[in-house]
Design a protein around this ligand. Structure first.
Ligand SMILES: [Cu+2]
Length: 158
């Protein structure tokens, strides 16, 4: 896409079937977002599905019995919901679903979260169906889909 400085683009996913995509501007590959990430929790932690009718168990990685923590795979919030990591790489700011963000240009990561067709986000998943960015500075801004990284594009701002 080619736009002029100060213009905005809104991304949405008009599919009729429920498959997510994202719009993810990635400054360095180390900020690529895995969907599932191991987290350590105390051994005493028990997890129950919030709805007992859901057939599910948490996935704990194998551990030695002497360890005081265990490791559970959890969904990465940075992949699922809109987030910005600033140019220092230290400040992580979550945005509201369907946000309008003004691109600074030096962010390490700007991610839309998973964009679903309107009304098709699955149970428990944030209802996100669009993401808008205003580009104020000229330049080329490359992005990809964090769900399908072979889907990519760029915004040329004149
Ligand atoms: Cu995609």
């Amino acid at each position: 896409m080619v736009i002029r400085a100060g213009e905005s683009i809104t991304w949405e996913t008009p599919n009729i079937y429920a498959e997510p995509h994202s719009v993810t501007f990635l400054n360095e590959i180390k900020y690529f977002l895995e969907f599932f990430v191991p987290f350590n929790v105390p051994n005493s932690t028990e997890l129950q599905p919030s709805d007992p009718k859901i057939s599910a168990d948490p996935f704990f990685l194998p551990t030695e019995s002497s360890e005081t923590t265990k490791t559970v795979l959890m969904v990465n919030a940075r992949a699922l919901i809109p987030v910005v990591i600033d140019s220092s790489g230290k400040n992580v700011t979550y945005l509201q679903p369907n946000s309008h963000y003004t691109m600074g240009g030096n962010e390490k990561l700007v991610n839309s979260g998973w964009l679903w067709p309107e009304g098709q986000a699955p149970l428990g998943s944030p209802q996100i169906s669009n993401f808008t960015i205003t580009f104020e500075k000229p330049g080329t801004y490359s992005y990809l889909c964090n769900v399908h990284p072979w889907m990519s594009g760029s915004v040329l701002v004149n």
